[in-house]
Design a protein around this ligand. Structure first.
Ligand code: KIV
Length: 263
């Protein structure tokens, strides 16, 4: 079984870390069977499962449900639950309670967004035994602050601030950090500066690992495809074809047939 120690040692050995999101039992089981190291129950469920425009509306109860069904499926990978907006920003105390709830339903750790403002929270969670993955760069819960899904960490000052944030998260006890939509050279610098593994998404090839949203790589989410997404399948087209064929056969009385019925 993969633990946070396994993830740390992978960086030391130069072994890349493969991470994907999952939100349900069936896909989580497939990811785990294939050997995905970290299975992230992302708050991107708000977009790809619930059809929301941002990740802001998803609730603790929604995320607990997704985490519970994913954790039920996973036997080997490290299940990390994304803490939803407002579940960790209000106080260290509520953050600790909410993070603990994810461990109770089977997560091995939590992810939360931000640098300096969340350092005290990270320290407390780690102190009470809750592994934490950080998240820097384009943090989607701050979408209204950024005014769009823009690349982050551009320019010397912004880059230096992000390097400081990565150092602070490591010092507070994070076991890894997601770097989202930042220049590849900055991701390289951060990956070389800190000992904890960096997991990139839109951060180029020099991170210690990579994460993408499952529905994006499968070609299921058609609303918007960022430049950093590679589609490994076109499942939306396949699903459409299958459902159309089913509909036609039902309408034409071709299905169900003898083969799919009983004597
Ligand atoms: O919510 C999510 O899916 C994420 C990752 C893609 C990093 O935060």
């Amino acid at each position: 079984m993969i633990t946070v120690d396994t993830i740390s040692s992978m960086k030391k050995k130069g072994e890349k870390i493969a991470c994907l999101t999952a939100y349900d039992f069936i896909t989580a089981r497939i990811l785990d069977e294939v050997g995905i190291d970290i299975i992230l129950v992302g708050d991107s469920a708000a977009n790809v499962v619930a059809g929301e425009k941002t990740t802001l509306p998803i609730t603790m109860e929604d995320m607990i449900y997704h985490t519970k069904v994913v954790a039920r499926a996973v036997k080997n990978g490290l299940v990390i639950a994304d803490m939803p907006f407002l579940s960790y920003q209000v106080s260290v105390q509520t953050a600790t309670y909410n993070a603990g709830r994810f461990l109770k339903v089977g997560a091995c750790g939590v992810k939360l967004e931000g640098g300096a403002p969340v350092v005290d929270t990270v320290r407390r969670l780690v102190d009470v035994g809750i592994p934490v993955m950080g998240h820097l760069g384009l943090t989607p819960q701050s979408i209204h602050k950024y005014g769009g899904y823009k690349i982050q960490g551009k320019g010397e000052r912004a880059a230096a601030r992000m390097i400081d944030d990565a150092r602070s998260l490591e010092a507070a006890g994070c076991f890894s950090v997601v770097l989202e939509k930042i220049p590849r050279d900055l991701a390289k610098k951060i990956s070389e500066t800190i000992s904890m593994p960096t997991i990139g998404i839109g951060a180029g090839p020099y991170c210690d690992g990579q994460v993408l949203v499952l529905h994006d790589i499968l070609g299921l989410y058609e609303d918007f495809t960022p430049k950093f997404v590679k589609k490994y399948a076109d499942l939306a087209a396949q699903v459409r074809r299958a459902v159309e064929q089913y509909k036609d056969e039902v309408k034409q009385g071709k299905f169900p047939d003898q083969e799919h019925s009983f004597d």
